[in-house]
Design a protein around this ligand. Structure first.
Ligand SMILES: [Zn+2]
Length: 277
């Protein structure tokens, strides 16, 4: 058999190459989170599909090479990519937004982000203020055409679902967490797709100097107090999503608080190490 002819793929589906990409993109069977909300992402990068009754809202698009798996996940819930009306983005890095351009092209969906996130998505690159901007061209991803910026606290409604943006800058300037309510068997709960809150950077960046760090603290505090019965973190392992699913314990009212407390610890440790402690 010939090697996969990636040259024949549209540019927005060309596999991204990174040291973690293979592990992140390992297949994971789709499963129901609650009500009409489903996990349809691969092993290491969360993607949620909410079947609203008037079309699908996707949250995140993982890597370009994750798109076939996301399409299969949509099929598993009886939906097609053309049913996707909105794609909400956690943050504009290649591992969460890399597949968004292709998914938006195939669906015609409107892509939702913060102001800073929308700017980065349209350019397919991170702003110079991004802690990982020092990696240069490595941070580029397929640019997204149809992007709408939402203000902090603004919502979109589709069918039965209202999805609210919570600006959570820090890991990136344009980061967002998302919340919505979903119901099952007469019970309604609050779900949160929590953005990455880890202080990862290029070697040349110091969180201790950054204006972004005060915003980072506020973002962590914001996620900590969200009304949150079920948290899905942008990387599922950071909220033990699959372990919780295996224990039939996806609902956890302490989930957002625990995720935020862990993030605060990591930021403190990072600042201490920058000070040479
Ligand atoms: Zn990131």
């Amino acid at each position: 058999m010939e090697a996969i002819a990636t040259e024949a793929l549209p540019a927005d589906l060309k596999p991204f190459v990174c040291s973690s990409c293979g592990d992140w993109n390992a297949a994971r069977a789709p499963f129901r989170l609650f009500g009409d909300s489903h996990y349809v992402g691969p092993e290491g990068l969360s993607v949620v599909a909410i079947d609203t009754g008037a079309g699908v809202i996707l949250i995140d698009g993982a890597l370009p090479q994750s798109v076939p798996g996301i399409l299969a996940g949509l099929k598993s819930i009886g939906r097609d990519v053309r049913d996707v009306k909105y794609i909400a983005v956690s943050h504009p890095h290649f591992d969460h937004a890399g597949g968004v351009a292709a998914l938006a092209r195939m669906s015609g969906a409107t892509v939702l982000s913060t102001d800073a996130g929308a700017d980065a998505l349209k350019r397919g690159d991170v702003p110079k203020e991004d802690p990982q901007a020092g990696y240069g061209d490595f941070m580029k991803f397929p640019p997204v055409a149809n992007v709408r910026a939402l203000a902090d606290g603004a919502s979109v409604t589709l069918g039965d679902i209202s999805l609210t943006l919570h600006a959570t800058p820090g890991h990136t300037p344009g980061g967002a967490s998302w919340s919505w309510q979903d119901c099952e068997g007469g019970r309604c709960i609050d779900l949160v797709f929590a953005d990455s809150l880890n202080p990862v950077s290029h070697d040349d960046y110091h969180f201790g100097d950054g204006e972004l760090t005060a915003a980072f603290r506020r973002s962590i505090a914001k996620v900590r107090v969200l009304s949150c019965d079920l948290v899905v973190s942008a990387h599922p392992s950071q909220s033990q999503l699959f372990e919780r699913a295996a224990r039939d314990a996806l609902l956890d009212v302490e989930g957002c608080r625990a995720y935020a407390d862990e993030a605060a610890k990591r930021l403190d440790a990072r600042l201490a190490s920058e000070r040479g402690e």
